[in-house]
Design a protein around this ligand. Structure first.
Ligand code: FNR
Length: 189
């Protein structure tokens, strides 16, 4: 059965390394998998329960619906100050208040890219912690942490040029597909 994944991007920067990764994924998809981007999280206001009580912002409800309809989510994000960027955390906070909560039981993979040596690893573990509470099925391995990004991207052409990284992304997408198919399987017996 074909699978459809959506990407959630944690950077708002035009020439974002992570944005380039997210936009590259649809070109790398193996047979039977499609990937499309979710809307930009800059459309979400700062989380405020008073705003929520007056009615969820339209972009929040629309994204929650797109996530619910997808077979899996790929979060592609920078690391800020050893953690998850505020804009991404804000988006997760909004989405977590929608019922049914869209990440519950959802297969999910994490990808980070950074000019630094360890490629955003620390943000990944903070993100995983929040996703425990949201009850997502977060793919354990392989972990995609793209370090030394400056040498792996053409930031003028906004392209991911490093072939090893492109191949590794395919490996992770394939693993996410396997997880999604396992999770989707009806109970046996
Ligand atoms: C950073 N950067 C960064 N990098 C990293 O590897 N670990 C970190 O903790 C941080 N902290 C951090 C905080 C803030 C506020 C900024 C703006 C940046 C550098 C970061 O990886 C770099 O700016 C990336 O280019 C951001 O990702 P995008 O926007 O290119 O996808």
């Amino acid at each position: 059965t074909p699978l459809h994944f959506v990407t959630l991007l944690g950077s708002l920067r035009k020439a974002s390394f992570n944005g380039i990764v997210a936009r590259t994924l649809p070109d790398l998809t193996p047979e039977g998998i499609t990937i499309s981007p979710l809307g930009c999280i800059s459309a979400f206001p700062h989380y405020n329960q008073d705003v929520q009580d007056a009615g969820f912002p339209e972009p929040v409800l629309a994204m929650a619906e797109q996530i619910r309809a997808a077979d899996g989510v790929i979060v592609v994000t920078p690391e800020y100050n050893y953690s998850v960027p505020g804009v991404l955390k804000n988006a997760l906070d909004w989405l977590s208040r929608v019922t049914p909560q869209p990440f519950a039981g959802k297969p999910l993979a994490i990808q980070t890219a950074s000019p630094g040596a360890i490629g955003g690893a620390r943000a990944q573990y903070h993100l995983r912690q929040s996703l425990v509470f949201l009850n997502a099925y977060v793919l354990n391995r392989p972990e995609v942490m793209i370090g030394q990004a400056t040498g792996k991207f053409d930031t003028d052409r906004l392209e991911l040029t490093d072939q090893k990284t492109r191949d590794f992304l395919v490996t992770q997408i394939t693993a996410l597909a396997e997880l999604a198919r396992t999770v989707k399987k009806p109970p046996q017996g």
